[in-house]
Design a protein around this ligand. Structure first.
Ligand SMILES: Cc1cc2nc3c(=O)[nH]c(=O)nc-3n(C[C@H](O)[C@H](O)[C@H](O)COP(=O)(O)O)c2cc1C
Length: 158
């Protein structure tokens, strides 16, 4: 469904305002691309817009790297306050949601072609869930307590 809209930002004033706005995005990149989703345009489930836009961001990051550029994903959605501020700054209409910014720039020479592998064996199982793999239960319970969800909502681990 391609439920996305992109805003290419090159204006230094707007880039400066974005840097002021987003603490985690204070990079001096000369270009930012706001990746925005339009939930209603997505079928079969409106919630898929997030996956579509996330895939678009990831593809941009990979493409930028292939071009010898540096790029970083700056999260906007689902931080409501940030979504509202970015919407206001970029004049994004209400049905469309700014999901992320992709900053694109020129990496320092020593960063170029520096391939990294962050493979974690303990995060991979084969054929079915492997015993002993971290099941994230404690983290899940902690987040549920923080959100004061009823204990009955805790799922059974496989
Ligand atoms: C949903 C999401 C939001 C992110 N938001 C930010 C951000 O606001 N600022 C930032 O510097 N990096 C952000 N990143 C990038 C991560 O910090 C990190 O660079 C990325 O996950 C790759 O990790 P690695 O380069 O350490 O392997 C975000 C990544 C994701 C997936």
């Amino acid at each position: 469904m391609r439920p996305w809209q992109f805003i290419v930002i090159r204006d230094e004033k707007t880039l400066g305002s974005l840097r002021d706005l987003i603490k985690s995005g204070r990079f001096p990149a000369p270009l930012a691309i706001a990746v925005c989703g339009a939930p209603r345009a997505t079928m079969p489930d409106p919630a898929h817009w997030l996956q579509d836009c996330s895939a678009a961001v990831e593809n941009m990051l990979i493409a930028a790297s292939g071009l010898g550029l540096g790029a970083v994903w700056i999260g906007v959605y689902p931080m409501e306050g940030l979504v509202a501020e970015v919407r206001r700054l970029l004049a994004i209409p209400a049905p469309v949601t700014p999901m992320a910014l992709v900053y694109v720039g020129y990496p320092p020479v020593h960063y170029r072609s520096r391939a990294r592998c962050r493979y974690e064996d303990e995060k991979v199982s084969y054929e079915r869930w492997q015993k002993g793999r971290r099941n994230w239960r404690k983290d899940w319970e902690k987040s549920q307590r923080a959100n004061s969800a009823p204990a009955s909502a805790i799922p059974v681990s496989p």
